[in-house]
Design a binder for this molecule. Structure first.
Ligand SMILES: Nc1ncnc2c1ncn2[C@@H]1O[C@H](COP(=O)(O)OP(=O)(O)O)[C@@H](O)[C@H]1O
Ligand code: SF4
Ligand SMILES: [Mg+2]
Length: 374
């Protein structure tokens, strides 16, 4: 379905961010992977990993991208960094068309856009000392201007950034296996920072860490953003991590954005049933508070064969509550402007409310109880 200018979220920003300058602009980005099968390895299908995502990240913003595993978050992040080939769509970084960049220009752009990986164990080469893990990227970008052609200068930069992430300079001589998970993630952050980027894709940087370490790393990322004028695309698989970290959040489901809003609006007044379900899964720290939890039925459908109409219709509690309207399974809902910088891709966004979700959760739990006793 064609998206009108009024519905195009990349053309609009929230009021609070209206004065801000867009740094990253992504329009209708698609990344599809071919599936090959049979003895002749013929193409037998397509994984619609990212299937038409538009968003804008403003300079200095911390934009969260959230959704269940397999919904296309990593592919989206890697595609905008040109680490994955886009099928179609465009990406502009500071007004420059990233998809059109060739050789030297692309190399220069790589310095400005960096990635922090999810897995602090797998992403650091165990056979290299930290000086080489971080220095390798510097060497690849070395020229007479930045001085990184010389080992001494590279080592100085490595030491500076180890200190910036709260580690000792002399750790540069040690190997990755000598560090804890949190320390390794700091090394990963130093590696990304050392090239002097403006924009960093943080791909689930705390998911593999203990809860106590997670907040240290989030605080570090927050401080570094201020110190180095950074802009983040912060990827997470649930809404609990991003609540206090991100300014705005986009919720992804099966390759598409289903909701986008400023963080407070998203948590206070979610406008998509999927967001409501993700919010209901956040644990409440107080054991005396009993929270009604909405259970999403079944697994996430395969992105190689996404459901017709609204992709969420096979698991949607609101559709069920509304008596399974046909529109949900036949017409794809556009990401429509709800006002106040909030966008939702649901035909019945006006019916999403805390009361409706509570009732649906109560009904679900009574059905489960009856099922259990039957
Ligand atoms: N290189 C690839 N080739 C084929 N399929 C891929 C590739 N990378 C990712 N996928 C598939 O694309 C979908 C989205 O994956 P991913 O972007 O890793 O999701 P997420 O980060 O949200 O967990 C998944 O079904 C995954 O299996
Ligand atoms: S369009 Fe229908 S199936 Fe999709 S989220 Fe809205 S109510 Fe649910
Ligand atoms: Mg991922």
């Amino acid at each position: 379905m064609a998206t009108t200018a009024a519905q195009d979220p990349s053309a609009q920003v929230a009021p609070a961010a209206a004065a801000a300058q867009p740094l990253l602009e992504v329009r209708d980005l698609k990344t599809h992977f071919p599936i090959y099968g049979g003895i002749l390895r013929r193409r037998v299908g397509t994984v619609f990993a990212v299937d038409g995502v538009s968003l804008t990240v403003n300079r200095g913003e911390k934009f969260g991208l959230v959704g269940e595993s397999g919904c296309g978050k990593t592919t989206f992040g890697r595609t905008i960094l040109r680490l994955e080939k886009a099928t179609s769509g465009s990406v502009f970084m500071d007004g420059q068309d990233v998809m059109a960049l060739k050789r030297d220009d692309l190399k220069r752009m790589r310095r400005r856009m960096q990635l922090i990986f999810q897995d602090p164990y797998g992403s650091l080469n165990p056979r290299m000392p930290v000086s080489d893990i971080i220095g390798e990227g510097l060497l690849a970008q070395a020229d007479y201007e930045n001085g990184w052609l010389g080992r001494a200068n590279r080592d100085k930069t490595v030491g500076d950034y180890l200190e910036a992430v709260g580690l000792r300079r002399d750790y540069s001589r040690r190997y990755a296996h000598e560090f804890s998970g949190g320390q390794r993630q700091r090394i990963g952050i130093a590696r990304a920072l050392a090239l002097g980027p403006e924009f960093i894709v943080c791909d689930e940087p705390v998911s593999a860490l203990d809860v106590s370490i997670q907040s240290q790393i989030l605080n570090l990322l927050s401080d570094l953003r201020t110190e180095f004028n950074l802009t983040y695309l912060f990827i997470a698989h649930n809404l609990s991590v991003v609540q206090y970290f991100c300014d705005r959040i986009g919720v992804m489901y099966l390759g598409k954005l289903v909701e986008m809003a400023e963080t407070d609006s998203l948590y206070d007044h979610p406008r998509h049933p999927y967001t409501v379900a993700l919010l209901s899964a956040i644990p409440v720290p107080d054991p005396r508070v009993r929270k009604k939890r909405l259970v999403l039925r079944g697994d996430v459908p395969s992105p190689a064969n996404p459901p017709s109409g609204c992709r969420f219709h096979t698991r949607c509690w609101l559709r069920e509550r509304l008596g399974n309207p046909e529109q949900c399974s036949t017409v794809e809902p556009p990401l429509a402007d709800m006002g106040g910088g909030q966008f939702s891709a649901c035909h019945f966004a006006d019916k999403v409310s805390v009361e409706a979700a509570d009732e649906a959760a109560t009904r679900q739990s009574s059905t489960r109880t009856v099922g259990a006793t039957a």
